[in-house]
Write a protein that binds this ligand. Structure first.
Ligand code: FES
Length: 161
């Protein structure tokens, strides 16, 4: 496989929230996924459950070139999970996200498939933010939390001690 040219990375994702087609939607609460130090540079990913178009799915976040990126764990070729071991998405050189089924290679910065049977397609990206020592996911119309709202979003409760 030839090495795709190195280009500028995409700007950090911004937590813009699409409307749901049913009129104005309430701003979903960000979901804290993990502590920032849990994601080492090009290390193991943090996986979690969500709902993709109302159906259970998995997603992951990992750190690449200092930035946290995240995608639905669903190959653009065949809708299957991609990690070859739990939390391991990168190739041996830790340069590409690799699908363990047929070897599609994705650019970690933006989820574009650069080699393999789904070249030119993209992983479904998550809207993320990293702040205050944590990694946060912003749900959208298509990507919703799998469980009940985080306790911080429920009146009268808090995760903080
Ligand atoms: S299922 Fe991922 S490359 Fe075929």
């Amino acid at each position: 496989m030839s090495t795709p040219p190195m280009g500028p990375t995409s700007p950090p994702p911004r937590p813009s929230l699409p409307a749901d087609g049913q009129g104005p939607s309430p701003s979903p609460q960000p979901v804290r996924l993990c502590d920032s130090p849990a994601l080492e540079e090009r290390g193991l990913a943090h996986g979690f459950d969500l709902l993709l178009w109302g159906q259970p799915a998995r997603a992951f976040v990992l750190r690449f070139d200092g930035r946290v990126v995240g995608y639905v764990n669903r190959c653009a070729h065949v809708p299957v999970e991609m990690d070859w071991q739990p939390g391991r998405f990168l190739d041996l050189e830790r340069r590409w996200i690799i699908c363990s089924i047929h070897g599609a290679a994705y650019e970690p910065a933006d989820g574009l498939c650069v080699g393999g049977p789904c070249r030119g397609r993209r992983l479904i990206a998550l809207q993320l933010d990293e702040r205050e020592g944590g990694v946060y996911w912003y749900p959208s119309r298509d990507l919703r939390p799998a469980g009940p709202p985080p306790s911080a979003a429920v009146a009268g409760t808090s995760e903080k001690p």
